[in-house]
Design a protein around this ligand. Structure first.
Ligand SMILES: Cc1cc2nc3c(=O)[nH]c(=O)nc-3n(C[C@H](O)[C@H](O)[C@H](O)COP(=O)(O)OP(=O)(O)OC[C@H]3O[C@@H](n4cnc5c(N)ncnc54)[C@H](O)[C@@H]3O)c2cc1C
Ligand SMILES: NC(=O)c1ccc[n+]([C@@H]2O[C@H](COP(=O)([O-])OP(=O)(O)OC[C@H]3O[C@@H](n4cnc5c(N)ncnc54)[C@H](OP(=O)(O)O)[C@@H]3O)[C@@H](O)[C@H]2O)c1
Length: 552
């Protein structure tokens, strides 16, 4: 059934992975991508701020089926990542299957036709809309995609330039300018050391601290790259050595005495780094007061070191107002500004924005979540009441210590397994059972309080109900383990209705022995079992068998 179209919304790393694995695992090429941006690559296309780089060794922040022996360094920069994903899309002939500048804003399921009707609009002109129908939809719209810009009084009156870290304005040179930066998460920590090399003054306003880890970033020599390429198994072994090193960090997240001992070591690393590298006057501001793991750790590439520069000032305060040329803080500071840069994170709890998604009987996804009291999915991937509909990087699939790519690759492989009866068989749809999804989510939510992910800090992991919607509360190999096969008893596969006894649409072919036995039993029960009856039953059986071979 290669003609069943798969619509993939979002052409970032997860969407690309789905497009490739559908080909590799199921031989299915009929996919089409609809992407809001003007090009593919997701986060690695949209985030072009100076210093943007990956914080997981690229040998593991890459697909297991597309190893790259010649990564230039341990943590390559944004353009290297962007090119990696782009080259793969080209290799698998996905680029011509992409429509850009197109935002999905809703969809609905037609149970009778087993079809999704998906609504799109042009990103430049929302009045230009169109619809597409497809039996399968994969929603790969990411999680760190919608910039969060705080609603600060007077923000619109600012006379200078202002932008979010994920939508960098390269048209405005920062040389000699007064730049005010809000936020000190992974993004702010990466670009402040870069822009402070040429900006006139950089004032960074922060509200809380992060566990900062010193990041050494060795280059790989040509001989190392040669070994990775030509020594059989070397690249894969190196990749897995990183996986094991990172996976071990999960031990520090348990709220147990052993976890506590591990956390002390991690915290000490941060204290030592602050002690060694930060200016004395900022040490208090930089020390986090919550448990390790509550937020994802931040890697520093000379961030603490750059705070020594005379043109850099770190302020622990809150912005309460912006005027034409000044940023005003709660403590009364008035900071002159030519440019304001918001490194204030993403709208991570606006799940599936701006889509309205209607499944079986018109049930809407957000309303269902509201009713159930939390955002949830079946292994973050499938959704009860939403047949043939999948999310990647979905609820509770993330980790605080490992690669998102690993998790989404597990999800993609899982959805391919689920889709096999639909794409390689003649099933109409597949959907997880409600009881299975609810039980899984209860298990996830019951486990989270035993870990540090919700332990007393603000974090983009937490939703308005106070629940952690982001983290998979276990080692990531356990996510692989639980998704490496489909528990078919937890999933409903909808096959076409039989059109008649052994009709040509029959999907479950009856066993001939059973037919023969049933006929004999019927005859015996009716008292007509004799040699004539047996030979008549044989005739019926051979007729049915000939029909059966046609049906096959
Ligand atoms: C700066 C930055 C650095 C990061 N570094 C790391 C790292 O080092 N390690 C790590 O594990 N993770 C990292 N992450 C997390 C990162 O989000 C994931 O690793 C990865 O990008 C997830 O890929 P994705 O395809 O699911 O989402 P994305 O990369 O966000 O791609 C989603 C795509 O969907 C499109 N889209 C969104 N909504 C719609 C819509 N309605 N209609 C059509 N298209 C839509 C977007 O334009 C985007 O192209 C980083 C995130 C950021 C922001
Ligand atoms: N490869 C990488 O190294 C890399 C780079 C960038 C991003 N990422 C990923 O993307 C995620 C998001 O990173 P991010 O840095 O973009 O966002 P983030 O981690 O959510 O950090 C945003 C920061 O902005 C602060 N903030 C929010 N509103 C503010 C305001 N009004 N005034 C001052 N500060 C304000 C927050 O402070 P409070 O905490 O006090 O709210 C927080 O410290 C990361 O966790 C990581 O997973 C990775």
């Amino acid at each position: 059934m290669a003609d069943k179209e798969v619509i993939i919304i979002g052409a970032g790393p997860s969407g690309i992975c789905a497009g490739i694995q559908l080909q590799r695992l199921l031989g299915h090429k009929n996919v089409h991508f609809y992407e809001r941006s003007k090009d593919m690559g997701g986060v690695w296309f949209n985030n072009t701020y100076p210093g943007c780089a990956v914080d997981i060794p690229a040998h593991f922040y890459s697909y297991s089926f597309a190893l790259k022996p010649d990564w230039p360094k341990l943590f390559p920069v944004q353009t290297d990542l962007r090119d990696y994903f782009h080259n793969l899309a080209e290799e698998y002939d996905l680029l011509r299957r992409m429509t850009f500048n197109t935002e999905c804003y809703g969809m609905s399921w037609d149970q009778a036709r087993s079809l999704w009707t998906v609504k799109f609009r042009n990103t430049h002109d929302h009045s230009k809309t169109f619809e597409r129908e497809a039996p399968i939809v994969i929603c790969a719209i990411g999680k760190l995609d919608l910039p969060n810009i705080p609603d600060i009084k007077g923000r619109d009156t600012f006379g200078g330039a202002q932008w979010h870290s994920a939508r960098w304005n390269h048209d405005v040179p920062l040389k000699g300018k007064n730049v005010v930066v809000l936020g000190n998460g992974a993004s702010g920590t990466q670009f402040v050391p870069k822009i402070s090399e040429y900006a006139g003054k950089v004032t960074q306003i922060v509200r809380s601290a992060h566990y900062i880890q010193e990041r050494l970033n060795p280059h790989y020599s040509p001989s190392w790259q040669w070994c990775m390429k030509y020594i059989p198994g070397a690249c894969r072994a190196y990749r897995w050595s990183w996986y094991i090193r990172m996976e071990k960090q999960f031990g520090a997240f348990w709220l147990t005495p052993n976890g506590e001992r591990r956390r002390v070591d991690v915290a000490q690393e941060t204290w030592d780094y602050i002690e060694k590298a930060a200016p004395e006057k900022y040490k208090e501001i930089l020390r986090p007061d919550y448990l390790v793991g509550c937020r994802r750790r931040v890697h520093s590439n000379k961030y603490l070191e750059c705070l020594h520069r005379e043109n850099v000032e770190l302020i622990n305060d809150n912005v309460i107002e912006i005027t034409n040329d000044t940023v005003i803080t709660k403590s009364g500071r008035r900071i002159p500004a030519d440019v304001i840069i918001y490194a204030t994170g993403f709208r991570t709890q606006d799940w599936l924005w701006p889509m309205e998604i209607r499944g079986i009987d018109g049930v809407e996804m957000h309303e269902l979540w509201e009713k159930r009291g939390n955002v949830q999915a079946y292994y973050g991937t499938a959704h009860d009441q939403f047949p043939n509909w999948f999310t990647l990087y979905g609820p509770n699939t993330g980790s605080g210590h490992n690669s998102v790519i690993y998790q989404t690759e597990c999800q993609v492989n899982f959805l391919c397994r689920m889709l096999k009866p639909v794409l390689n068989g003649n099933a109409k749809s597949v959907v997880p059972k409600k009881e299975a999804q609810i039980a899984l989510n209860e298990r996830i939510q019951a486990r989270l309080p035993k870990l540090t992910f919700s332990a007393g800090c603000t974090s983009w992991f937490i939703d308005k109900f106070g629940r952690n919607t982001y983290v998979w509360p276990n080692y990531t190999f356990m996510f692989w383990y639980e998704t490496v096969r489909v528990k078919w008893n937890e999933v409903k596969v909808d096959y076409p209705k039989k059109t008649g006894y052994l009709g040509k649409h029959t999907t479950v072919l009856p066993n001939p022995t059973v037919i023969f036995g049933a006929l004999l039993a019927g005859l015996y029960a009716s008292g007509n079992l004799n040699s004539d009856a047996v030979s008549r039953a044989g005739e019926v059986l051979s007729k049915q068998l000939s029909q059966l071979s046609i049906a096959r």
